[in-house]
Design a protein around this ligand. Structure first.
Ligand SMILES: [Zn+2]
Length: 166
């Protein structure tokens, strides 16, 4: 079997790292796979949903809740979950990944489409580290998010989490 090379280009020329995955028609390395995903998320998904929202084209958001967690390092994680159990597991997963308490600042109705909207809204706060995408908040962002409140599915998730820890 021949080793496939990443077909992506860096600023200095072709990447040529060992390709590990096929994205569409092209073989790319892990780094360029992540870069491709980030590009897709930010430029296509998030911007499209934002523009739809600006033009009142969103009749109803996709199923689920979008959560805003405060990580042990003070940054914010924005994601979505389909039910209370998944939401509780997500908190636990992030707690062990980041080695500390993860605090739920808010949880609002709306799944992936709402997540996309929130990712676009706070895109200027976005930082990408080794533990994935996070948002570095300022006091205004913290206040805006805290004012969103926690819907019943979020409250339910916190109960489940308590039971899991007992
Ligand atoms: Zn590459």
């Amino acid at each position: 079997m021949t080793t496939k090379m990443c077909v992506a280009e860096n600023s200095s020329g072709p990447c040529k790292s060992r390709a590990t995955v096929k994205v569409g028609l092209f073989w790319v390395c892990n780094f360029h796979r992540a870069a491709n995903w980030n590009f897709y998320r930010e430029v296509l998904r998030d911007r499209l949903i934002w523009q739809m929202n600006e033009n009142d084209c969103i009749v109803r958001h996709t199923y689920g809740v979008t959560y805003f967690f405060r990580l042990p390092n003070g940054n914010i994680k924005i994601g979505y979950a389909s039910n209370a159990k998944n939401l509780a597991h997500r908190i636990q997963e992030l707690s062990s990944l980041h080695g500390g308490k993860v605090h739920m600042l808010a949880a609002v109705y709306g799944g992936e489409s709402m997540e996309a909207l929130m990712h676009y809204k706070y895109k200027d706060h976005k930082i990408v580290g080794s533990l994935g995408e996070q948002f570095k908040p300022d006091p205004v962002m913290i206040e805006e998010i805290s004012n969103l409140g926690i819907v019943p599915m979020g409250i339910e998730a916190l109960k489940i989490l308590k039971e899991m820890r007992n």
